[in-house]
Write a protein that binds this ligand. Structure first.
Ligand code: GN1
Ligand code: CA
Ligand code: CA
Length: 125
């Protein structure tokens, strides 16, 4: 089976793909839904590693679908389910000044950041 795509990667039954565009959370999630997917939301270490490959090849932080917009401190996937895997950077999430969206940093660890920040959009299918 083909594992690598020109701008994406397959991990298990999931495919992560990026068009290389940046956007803030609402725009980013809407673009993914329009394309038939959702914003990238790694659910285990394998998926996180796969997404990190895209992070490295584009050299830009990735906005995840995971957020605590609905209830401060409770992080959910785009579908509303509470998250079952985390990969927070040290001292994160800190909601510094009000941060309800999550980005993947250079090392694959996660930071919460303000949802109006524009990051690399990666969708999952
Ligand atoms: C950034 O710029 P600073 O240090 O105030 C980051 C926070 C992190 C923090 C970690 C907009 O905040 O989310 O928790 O670094 N801010 C942004 O040191 O990404
Ligand atoms: Ca928050
Ligand atoms: Ca933070």
């Amino acid at each position: 089976k083909v594992l690598r795509l020109p701008n994406g990667i397959r991990v298990g039954e999931k495919v992560f793909h990026t068009s290389g565009l940046r956007g803030a959370y609402e725009t980013a999630e809407a673009k993914c839904v329009q394309a038939g997917g959702v914003l990238a939301s790694p659910r285990n270490a394998d998926e996180n590693r796969a997404l990190l490959e895209i992070r490295k090849s584009h050299n830009e932080n990735i906005i995840l679908g995971i957020n605590d917009i609905q209830t401060e401190g409770t992080f959910r996937y785009p579908g509303g389910e509470t998250i079952g895997f985390t990969n927070w950077s040290k001292n994160e999430p800190n909601d510094a000044g009000g941060e309800d969206c999550v980005e993947m940093l250079e090392n694959g660890l996660w930071n919460d950041f303000p949802c109006n920040g524009e990051k690399l959009i990666v969708c999952e299918y």
